[in-house]
Design a protein around this ligand. Sequence first.
Ligand SMILES: O=C(CO)[C@H](O)[C@H](O)COP(=O)(O)O
Length: 219
Amino acid sequence: MTQDEMKKAAGWAALDYVTPGTIVGVGTGSTVNHFIDALGSVKDKIKGAVSSSEASTVRLKELGIPVFDLNDISELNVYVDGADEIDGSMAMIKGGGAALTREKIVAAVADRFICIVDGTKTVEVMGSFPLPVEVIPMAREYVARELIKLGGKPVYREGVITDNGNHILDVQGLQITEPKALEARINAIVGVVTNGLFAERGADVLLIGTPNGVVRKGA
Ligand SMILES: O=C(CO)[C@H](O)[C@H](O)COP(=O)(O)O
């Protein structure tokens, strides 16, 4: 089974968590693209979606799924998104697709976070995947120096501008044993918009696509 087939299995399994007649929170990435395809198959049964990126918005609209502004809705029962790494406490590194800030905002509104991954994304200790940090452009070099003081090696993701008009630093070399503390510490640096640690608001349900089927964790 290929990695993409495992992503597809996890993406389609997330349909089980979609309640008819509701607006669904939709993340970003290649695994979520499979979930969007799945959502297209039930588009007449849902009210629509809230999207975490311009890329997902385009894909949702192409399938005829109405996309709502987050400011116009007051409740969201599920948010479905992928992850770059997820540990045993359901904390995640996200932002490989540079959509981390909008992802964190939509996740904050949702009652439940359904994380969909292929079997390569589960880890004991996060940090092999470089931690993305979205920064205000004029603060980039200052934030990079502060991240070095925390023991990381920040690398500017050249050529990438986020949907919010900002830059991304990918921080290598971190062994993330205390994800909540590190999430708060990095977010406290002036000029950081947010970082890709989703520990304070981790996943509630994890769907892992594996060659033996989809493994489910959480409730
Ligand atoms: O956080 C993300 C985008 O900002 C994605 O969820 C993460 O990068 C996983 O992507 P993929 O499903 O393509 O492996």
